[in-house]
Ligand binder design. Sequence first.
Ligand code: UPG
Ligand code: MN
Length: 578
Amino acid sequence: MESTLSKSPLHTLRCMRRTPFNRLFAGVYTTAIFALLYHHVLILLQSTTLVSFFISTSMLISDILLGFMWSTTQSFRMRPILRQQFPENLEKVIDRKDFPAMDIFICTADPYKEPPMTVVNTALSVMAYDYPPEKLSVYVSDDGGSEFTLFAFMEAAKFGKHWLPYCRNNNIVVRCPDAYFRSNYPRSSETQKIKMMYESMKIRVETVVERGKVSDEYVSSEEEREAFNKWTQGFTRQDHPSVIQVLLEMGKDRDNTDKSMPNLIYVSRQKSKASPHHFKAGALNALLRVSAIMTNSPIVLTLDCDMYSNDTQTLHRVLCYLTGSPCRPNLGYIQFPQRFHGLNEADIYACEFKRLFQVNPVGMDGLSGPSYVGTGCFFRRRVFFGAPSAFLPPEFPELSPDNVVEKPIKAQPILALANRVAGCNYENQTNWGSKMGFKYGSLVEDYNTGYRLHCEGWNSVFCHPDRPAFLGDIPISLNDVLSQTKRWSVGLLEVAFSKYCPLTFGARAMGNIRALCFAHYAFWPIWSIPISTYAFLPQLALLNNVSIFPEVSSALVGNITHISPILYYSFHNVPSLY
Ligand SMILES: O=c1ccn([C@@H]2O[C@H](COP(=O)(O)OP(=O)(O)O[C@H]3O[C@H](CO)[C@@H](O)[C@H](O)[C@H]3O)[C@@H](O)[C@H]2O)c(=O)[nH]1
Ligand SMILES: [Mn+2]
């Protein structure tokens, strides 16, 4: 195998050529920042009135914060690397029948904000991966506890039996039905037929959501009726029993060409007003346990419901890192960037977050790997059970990452246990959320979990192929943008001001440079302080006749300080210079 790998590698990496320049620049620029701060201190000491004292102090504080944020960004420039995968070499190293099983988690939380058809499209796009279907299990977590979402998935299970073979036989690249039918697809009679099926499913699902109930005419079997019976009078989204419904069972359910379908399982964990639900992290932990009981695949993909798969080869790319030797023993997860569709040229709310999702992770990748961004991330199941060298056993052996599930997923004991671990009080007095699974304590469970895994000694890989692996929706209204930014800011500050602060706990656990990368995110909201100061202070200073910038004649310091904010912003905003 060694020799096969050296002739046809599965992945390569190379350091970027600009690295020495970046380091030199960081050194020179640090001197400029100190000169600027020195100038501010001098002005502060010379201030004679209250107004000039206030203005100089504000400038000093803003520039200290800007300088600090600048220094955190430099950690991303210290060793940026570029990776490449060669999925075409995979089958030289591992037989298709030996591919590892994958559990795919899709989260949804509200049938009105996240229409069930969007969730269905995400699920169908991943069910149709070019991967042995008997190795795929798709779990949908419905935190909205909505019968409409369950109904949509019953429909998707039926439509999938036509869609999957259609994609396979016609080598379709975009396997998300909605995106496919929006593209310039070939108008053959087979395609028209499948499009009609899709449209009629869509109408049924949308009618059900509009009417606010699943009418009898849409329920086609006793099993389905029984599932909907769980939505009794007292069933609300904040208070309801767990609902776990197997919609497709691998091996038993077959498509219209008689090939096996992947598993498709609907999970709505139990909710009660009296127990905390821990938002998405709670939902993911419930899914981790339910999937452990039912399939326990060694690799887990987390996806948001608004992100569909845009490349059938993605799982092969992931395997390039997880199979063959040498395989990094501490490799915990593989993160794909969040990329978006439907962006307009101007992207007026700047929601693409290119720096956050595409530029900075390249820098972190050269250190110990990118942070987790909540979606498009493949984990080894083992990472959720303690540090690489200190396995933390779960409450009972069936939850253990090395347990092999032998019973079929519809077996009564399996379903009973799955419902038990999806209970709202199950986590009381356990390590879930603190030492095990996705971490609680922050609204940005993704950043928090990724960061804590790195502190434990896990590392990660950034996989950024030219063809986006996943495409998602961006917020398109100002209200959505503001609420998203507020949620992120609160969540990040929760980590920054906790005992796990990257500057203290992080620096001890992983060293200064890596910790600075994580600190950059944790302290991201403090950008608002210097930005607001710079927005308002110059006018105030002008009105009060206070000079905040040095005069051109005041020698070296003046010149440097004049150009430094300009230089700072130009360097910060040119992505090609990382
Ligand atoms: O109680 C909850 C709340 C949210 N979600 C799901 O979590 C996902 C992300 O939530 P959303 O409200 O869309 O947050 P965004 O700010 O758009 O998402 C970004 O930020 C989140 C918090 O950091 C990450 O979890 C996401 O992956 C990341 O895309 C969605 O699929 C939701 O359905 C739940 O399952 N349960
Ligand atoms: Mn979202």
